[in-house]
Design a protein around this ligand. Structure first.
Ligand SMILES: Cc1cc2nc3c(=O)[nH]c(=O)nc-3n(C[C@H](O)[C@H](O)[C@H](O)COP(=O)(O)O)c2cc1C
Length: 191
């Protein structure tokens, strides 16, 4: 069975990012893809100090659960990253994940190589594409394969809620479908 970790980069409980990930997880389950959610909010992630200890010991010096998360990622087939736009960029929580998991992956013999990734963004108005690009470029940098779906993003203009963006809320389902296509869990006929 294929397994994906879905990484929620929003620091808010009940976030729009979580809603997009839920839609993805529900659709993925239909194709027999197992998912496990990781809410970075609950981890209180520290920042990379650039000490490069991970290259000597194989572990990050911070004791905030990231080493354990790295083990889980190594055992999974891929990750789906979700972040709101914060001043035109991913959240600090997701950036910490990207910096530290990226470096640990290199320290572990480029262990992210060949895994599969999907990217999700939400914004009140502007900047989805920057977050999409940051997530996609991270996959490229760590030698993962990116699965697209026409940019999996939604806009939360009304009351900071993406409920009104029915088009955006449809993208996670398409993303799950494209993972299924890649893994031969769905035939390639257009529906
Ligand atoms: C610090 C901060 C910076 C933000 N910067 C932007 C921005 O540059 N562009 C934008 O459209 N929305 C911006 N927003 C709004 C969020 O992206 C938006 O509310 C999003 O739906 C929140 O997603 P979440 O519920 O997953 O946390 C910002 C919000 C915060 C708190």
């Amino acid at each position: 069975m294929k397994t994906l970790l879905t990484i929620n980069g929003s620091p808010r409980p009940n976030s729009n990012s979580a809603r997009m990930l839920e839609a993805f997880e529900k659709a993925a389950a239909k194709y027999g893809i197992r998912t496990r959610r990781v809410n970075l909010l609950e981890m209180d992630l520290q920042m990379c100090r650039g000490c490069l200890s991970c290259f000597k010991t194989g572990k990050c010096i911070h004791k905030d659960g990231l080493n354990e998360l790295m083990t889980e990622i190594k055992n999974a087939d891929g990750v789906v990253l979700a972040s709101p736009v914060y001043y035109g960029s991913v959240t600090a929580q997701l950036k910490s994940f990207m910096d530290r998991i990226g470096l640990l992956g290199e320290a572990h013999g480029r262990s992210l190589r060949g895994k599969v990734g999907g990217s999700i963004s939400v914004a009140r108005r502007w900047g989805h594409l920057m977050v999409q690009a940051e997530e996609m470029l991270w996959f490229d940098r760590v030698e993962m394969v990116h699965v697209g779906c026409g940019w999996c993003s939604a806009t939360s203009t009304n009351e900071n809620d993406i409920s009104g963006d029915t088009e955006g809320l449809g993208y996670p389902g398409r993303l799950a479908e494209n993972f299924a296509l890649l893994w031969g869990l769905k035939d390639g006929q257009e529906q």
